[in-house]
Structure formats: C-alpha cells, structure tokens
Design a protein around this ligand. Sequence first.
Ligand code: GSH
Length: 241
Amino acid sequence: MSVQLYVDMFSQPCRSVYIFCKKNNIPFEFKDVALFDGEHFGDEFGKINLIRKVPAIKDGDFCLAESIAILQYLAEKYKTPDFWYPADLQKRARVNEYMSWQHMAIRWHGSKMFWLRVLIPKILGKAVPQDKLDAALEDLNGSLKLLEEKFIQDKPFIAGDQISLADLVAIVEVMQPVASGMDVFEGRPKLSAWRDRVQETIGKELFDEAHEKIFAAKETVATMDDSKLQVFKPKVMRLFL
Ligand SMILES: N[C@@H](CCC(=O)N[C@@H](CS)C(=O)NCC(=O)O)C(=O)O
C-alpha cells in the first residue's frame, strides 16, 4: 500500500517530502490540501493531523506530522541510499544538527520574507513598512551567512561529499524568498555553487516541478480574491508585524 502524502506545494516542507519520495521512487498517493482554501481546518484533515499543518502522511493506519520526522521515517522505512540519512553516528548528527537549527533560522526568516513581500501587502491592501522589511532582511542575511559559514563551509554538501536530508530541507527554504522575487544568491558564490550541486543531484526537472507552484505564487496571489486571505490576517499581524 502506498503512503498518502498530504501536501500543498506552496509549502517548503511539503516540497522536501515530495522531492524525497519522487527521487527515491517511494510510492505515494498525492493528497492536495489547499491551504488558501482552508482545507487544513476541515474535519478530514483534522483526523490526519490535529496540528493542522502540512505536510502529513498516512501509512496504513499510521499518521505522522512534521516534515523532519516524516523524512526520517521514510528514509528508514524504504532504506533509501545511506547518504540521505547516514548511519555513521557523526555524519547523522551533522544532518540532525542542521535540521534542528533551521526551523527558527532559514525557515523562519525565508518564510517571513515571502509573507512580507507577497502575502501581507495583499491581505492589508498596502505595502509593508520599510523598517519591517529592513529588519527581516537583516535576519535573513544572518541566517544565510550561517548556512554558508557554519553548515556548508568548503564542503560540497552540508554533511560532506554527498547530498543528505539536510541539503534538501535547506534548499526548499532558501527558494521561498527567491519566489518572492529576491535574488538571495547574488554576491554569494558559495551558496550559488551549493544550490547548483543540490539542484543537479535532485535533477532539474524534478526540482522545477516541485517549485512550479511557489514560483507562480506572486501571480496567483495578485489575482486572488482579497477576502480569501483575510482568514490569515490575525495570525499575520501577531507573527510578522
Ligand atoms: N514544523 C512543521 C512546519 C509545518 C508548517 O508550518 N506548515 C505550514 C505550511 S509551510 C502550514 O501548514 N501552515 C498552515 C497554517 O499555519 O495555517 C514541518 O516541518 O512540517
């Protein structure tokens, strides 16, 4: 029986799980959960993940949330090539180190940039104040610097010579501000070369397919009915402004 994958491809962690399954020929059933239609608040999804966030999976009777836990579960269940989640204690720890750090760093700062540049102006009907954008940029720059200097260093990939879950988790987050129209690679040759290696290893076709929806997001949001996004307003005001 194949795994049911509950995802919305706007979402970075959904893209990492999707790419991982495709790249490793893990059989799955794609279950689209349209976040902007509030489908994650419905009864059906509530039975899969009470946290009401994507991604989530259902494997037989077993439901699992949280992209990192899902990636680790799939890597172990399907015995994917060792480099994804190395058995070697210290290599695995290096992968875990990145995956533990990224939630409140690249993920938070890259997402915030996307919300401030694409979604919030649409929700509020006006541009975000420049000081908020400047502060968010400073945070994102700080995280990107750490990604380069602490995690990539002079290695081809985060855990060494081969791609791992850490690179996959990293690239989908780095692409989120890019989809808002920012070139985060400009002036960062180390990050650009790493991005090229990760893209090449994943395969450009799969990489582009997984990112198609987020790269169309600016246009999708611009033409979206304003009222549709108002449900996010209280959360946005609390988190980002
Ligand atoms: N830590 C979670 C984060 C999941 C998450 O934040 N998902 C977002 C999309 S990127 C979501 O479902 N948001 C819906 C909401 O907050 O209403 C993971 O890695 O899976």
